[in-house]
Write a protein that binds this ligand. Structure first.
Ligand code: 5GP
Ligand code: ZN
Length: 111
């Protein structure tokens, strides 16, 4: 089972900031900004490339969760960035699809 599925199953701890029936958001263990949250579907989908016409609603749902969390953490007015890494060249480390929600400072662009 992957590390994020273990977090979903509460087998390993995480600092959870949002949870509903289908989604979860928790603090990144190695934050790259003052606010760095990961938003995941509870369903194990490996990566963005696995999104298709059948499951594309998940991306919209994750965006709604990200917006809620941004508001909850007080960065809705100052702004934030959403990142989804897909595959090796993007540096994807965990193969359970996730959105990074980054904010709390002026963000630089990394390539
Ligand atoms: P990726 O590079 O796959 O887009 O991002 C994976 C992210 O997951 C990284 O920013 C990393 O710090 C975070 N991460 C990896 N393992 C854990 C963990 O066990 N708990 C939490 N909270 N974050 C993790
Ligand atoms: Zn998983």
């Amino acid at each position: 089972m992957c590390v994020f599925c273990k977090i979903v199953n509460k087998e390993i701890p995480a600092d959870i900031v949002y949870e509903d029936e289908k989604y979860m958001a928790f603090k990144d263990i190695n934050p790259k900004a003052p606010i760095h949250i990961l938003i995941i579907p509870k369903e194990h989908i490996e990566k963005l490339a696995d999104i298709n016409d059948t499951n594309k609603g998940i991306i919209g749902d994750m965006t709604v969760v990200a917006n809620k969390v941004a508001k909850q953490l007080g960065i809705d007015k100052t702004g934030y960035r959403i990142v989804i890494n897909n595959g090796p060249d993007a540096g994807q480390e965990v193969y359970h699809i996730h959105m990074h929600l980054l904010g709390g400072k002026k963000l630089l662009f990394a390539t």
